[in-house]
Design a protein around this ligand. Structure first.
Ligand code: FAD
Length: 455
């Protein structure tokens, strides 16, 4: 065997697995294979001048490389079992929370000290939400910010680089099961170990699907979240974001009784493109550094779509909707709320004349031609509901970017050790479908590292 443990993917799941393995057992031999670049080489070509929108690089530097999809993220570590994944279903509520706190300690020890921990406990907003038929979910949120998040990753890499063998720009093409372990195959050769951790995130979802097919590991895929990213003046949401930073608010619509929720709130942040498997969707982030902050707050409004049999390809459905926006707008479409309500497209002129300055250069258009009516109706109803707790949300100039899609990796069947049906083959992080967030993905990495060491 070449190594004791092979990790595929250097996102939070893979990094924290490597960190914990080396911390507890310095002699253990660990290799990490990553299809993207090392942290300092990760550069998205969009500069707003020469390259204004996504040019679909072969390896997306936003989604791939050391730090994974989280590297340029807002660095919001939500310490909660209420959202961000279902890790607690496998390892228990207490253990999941303990691990998230442990990850928080590591982040603080590697550059995150001094960042703020927000909490929804005893918040007035909670009562206001209840009075207006909404629910504020409970969480503690560590906001590192994109800049500090980067520093933490840099420090973790510096700590690990001489102890772990990192192979960047080395996608693993397949995994083979051997009698006594696993062989990963790359363009540059093969590598073996008795234990293998697959932590390939969202960008590796298609690859993970293929691996599960090849190795006959059972999977299930039935959910996708679709919606828009809302951008409005930061002042409108300041009473929520100043106290809570990120508020996860759920609303059940009167028309369809569908649930709509706020997701990934970025006070004084920027809206950004996201490229998943060649499809451009929208996301957002914000900086801790006041100099990099904007006058706007952005957040997603998402409607969950659960499919029942015989349909099994929920991500395929989400992709088709996202492709529609790419077809009509060449990428992400932006529309004023006022234009949407009046049944007309936004134009460059209308956006130019509006009071909210977009932070992402997107194509003005008509989102009602992209999103299914039911989802559009749910979003409109939610915007009016939010207007009651944050007056101004339903202003004509509020910007909606579409589409935001939250792809859920198909759920890979794993046991309480996060191990597939093959002993020693672990599937963790967002690639397993068990987690959907930085804190849960990182916690799953620590969990399997400890599991490997204890066995
Ligand atoms: C713009 C943006 C903002 C976000 N903001 C937040 C936030 O504030 N808070 C939050 O909780 N979550 C946020 N998220 C989500 C968060 O980043 C993910 O939940 C988290 O990164 C998942 O970690 P992971 O290790 O499971 O996967 P990933 O971070 O996706 O890492 C997987 C890695 O595996 C690599 N890989 C894939 N396939 C292969 C292969 N075949 N061979 C080798 N390597 C491979 C990929 O290149 C990638 O680097 C954000 C995501 C984005 C895109």
């Amino acid at each position: 065997m070449d190594y004791d443990v092979i990790i595929v993917g250097a996102g939070p799941g893979g990094i924290f697995a490597a960190y914990e393995l080396k911390k507890q057992s310095p002699k253990i031999k660990v290799a990490v294979f990553e299809s993207g670049y090392a942290l300092e080489d990760r550069k998205c070509p969009i500069d707003g001048v020469n390259v204004k929108s996504c040019i679909r690089c072969k390896t997306c530097s936003i989604m791939s490389g050391f730090g994974g999809a989280g590297a340029f993220s807002d660095g919001k570590y939500n310490i909660t079992n209420d959202f961000g994944g279902t890790l607690y279903e496998y390892i228990g509520h207490r253990e999941a929370l303990d691990l998230m706190h442990y990850v928080d300690e590591i982040n603080l020890a590697h550059g995150g000290a001094g960042t703020k921990l927000y909490s929804t406990a005893n918040s007035d907003i909670k009562k206001k939400c209840m009075q207006n038929k909404m629910k504020l979910l409970d969480a503690s949120v560590r906001h590192l910010g994109t800049d500090i998040n980067y520093i933490v990753l840099e420090n973790l890499y510096n700590k690990l680089k001489d102890k772990v063998d990192f192979f960047f720009q080395t996608p693993v093409s397949s995994v083979e099961v051997m009698a006594d372990g696993y062989k990963v195959i790359t363009e540059n050769g093969e590598c073996t170990a008795p234990r293998c951790i697959l932590s390939v995130g969202r960008s590796g979802s298609k690859w993970m699907e293929q691996v599960c097919k090849d190795l006959q590991i059972p999977t299930n895929s039935s959910r996708v979240d679709l919606g828009v990213r809302v951008e409005l003046p930061a002042a409108i949401f300041s009473h929520l974001t100043d106290d809570l930073y990120e508020s996860k608010i759920v609303y059940r619509t009167e028309k369809f009784e569908d649930k709509v929720r706020t997701f990934c709130m970025n006070p004084k942040g920027s809206v950004v493109n996201e490229n998943t498997n060649g499809i451009v969707t929208v996301n957002g982030h914000s900086y801790d550094n006041p100099e990099k902050q904007t006058d706007n707050t952005n957040f997603a409004l998402l409607v969950s779509k659960h499919f029942s049999l015989p349909f099994k390809d929920s991500n395929g459905y989400g992709e088709s909707i996202a492709r529609l926006s790419n077809m009509l707008g060449g990428g992400v479409i932006v529309q004023r709320f006022g234009d949407l309500i009046r049944g007309r497209r936004s134009t460059a002129k209308r956006i130019e004349e509006s009071f909210v300055r977009p932070t992402l250069q997107a194509e003005p258009g008509d989102l009602s031609l992209v999103l299914p009516k039911r989802i559009m109706d749910c979003i409109i109803e939610m915007i009016y509901a939010l207007d009651k707790i944050a007056p101004g949300t339903a202003n004509d100039d509020t910007l909606l970017y579409g589409v935001e899609v939250k792809f859920y990796n198909m759920e890979v069947q794993v046991n309480e050790h996060l191990e597939s049906r093959y002993p020693g083959l672990y599937v963790i992080g967002d690639g397993s479908g068990v987690t959907h967030s930085l804190s849960h993905a990182s916690a799953s990495g620590v969990y399997v590292a400890r599991d490997i060491l204890s066995r």
